[in-house]
Design a protein. Structure first.
Length: 354
């Protein structure tokens, strides 16, 4: 059961004044009043008390604690009107923030996009911490649950995900990520992809995930199963509409669904490389994308119910979502620029908040 804080009473302030006149310390007074020592120390500090030195300097008076003055100050501050929160439910900014949260944007994505789209309008700027505070400061009820459900983790504490062992077995003599060309490592050019299988309930269904390392452009692939043959067919379909210059490399983990990687490489023209075992940070872009996708494809659900059209709609929404590593531009805009379609890219950016 949590502790309940109450303000100091007039009697407690009187006891503090008497105790300090006797030379008692803050800890002694705290034990006497059943308060925290920090509460007493703050009360003394905010009301100008200074401990007398052994030999006070001439002309420098020693300030004692005055209970009457401290009480008057506390009452004055209690009556003082507090500045209204910038992000309150009746304000003009809240509907816009809530609309963007409903798109499954994170508070940071909302904050930075508003700042980028309205650089000269401070009234439309709000920090991501202010958005979190506005959500969790709401009284418990249906509205609060609805807003928390829009957050990625659906919980107050943002904790790092645990790391588990890779139990899917290993393949031998795989092309190593350490042999990947420098342009793929540095993310200087588009066409270098990361891939993964997003698994459903009891690992009986899956969705293929492909992310361009430079632009963060996402493609989702419906899989009929979790076998290597399904991965081969699904990823081959996904790359059919991608121009050859944007099919350079693909980095994957050592899951057995990539056992036919040589055939996939021949079909698509991709050079395929594999991350080290139990090293998810080597494919950090795909891992982060998987976390975002769990807002749409929750763990423990049957992913086979999603059609390719539904997966395309999810990918489109993700590709229109501003990303921090892109300067809060969206992947669709950056991918269009990579393909030389600057007019389409500008149109996407202009319509970002519509």
């Amino acid at each position: 059961m949590g502790q309940h804080y109450s303000h100091l009473s007039a009697e407690e302030r009187g006891a503090i004044m008497v105790g300090k006149a006797r030379g008692e310390s803050a800890r002694q007074l705290a034990r006497l009043l059943g308060r925290s020592a920090s509460t007493i120390s703050r009360e003394l500090a905010r009301n100008g008390h200074r401990e007398p030195a052994e030999r006070p300097r001439m002309g420098r008076p020693t300030l004692g604690y005055d209970a009457r003055r401290a009480g008057a100050r506390a009452r004055r501050l209690a009556r003082k009107a507090r500045r209204r929160r910038k992000l309150h439910r009746d304000g003009v900014l809240w509907p816009l923030v809530r609309q963007l949260l409903a798109r499954r944007w994170s508070p940071q994505e909302v904050s930075r996009t508003l700042r980028r789209q309205h650089p000269d309008e401070p009234a439309k700027h709000v920090s991501h911490e202010t958005i979190y505070t506005a959500i969790y400061a709401m009284p418990r009820g249906e509205l609060r649950r609805e807003l928390v459900a829009l957050l990625r983790q659906h919980k107050c504490a943002r904790r790092p995900r645990g790391q588990g062992a890779n139990r899917r077995g290993r393949m031998q003599d795989l092309p190593s990520i350490h042999d990947r060309p420098p342009e793929a490592n540095e993310r200087l050019l588009p066409g270098h992809w990361e891939g993964d299988f997003l698994k459903g309930a009891r690992n009986r269904s899956s969705v293929g995930v492909l992310v361009d390392r430079r632009t963060l452009f996402l493609k989702l692939v419906k899989m009929k199963g979790c076998s290597a043959q399904e991965a081969l067919e699904g990823f081959s379909r996904a790359f059919q509409g991608v121009p050859p210059e944007l099919r350079q490399t693909l980095t994957y983990d050592q899951g057995k669904e990539m056992a036919l990687y040589k055939t996939l490489s021949e079909r698509t023209g991709l050079s395929i490389y594999f991350a080290d075992p139990r090293s998810p940070w080597q494919r950090g872009i795909c891992e982060n994308t998987n976390g975002l996708l769990r807002q749409y494809l929750p763990k423990g659900t049957d992913l086979s119910v999603h059609s390719q059209r539904a997966l395309d709609a999810i990918a489109q929404e993700m590709n229109l979502r501003p990303r921090a590593t892109l300067g809060y531009h969206c992947p669709a805009e950056m991918f269009m620029r990579a393909m030389g379609h600057d007019d389409l890219a500008q149109a996407i950016d202009d319509a970002l908040l519509d």
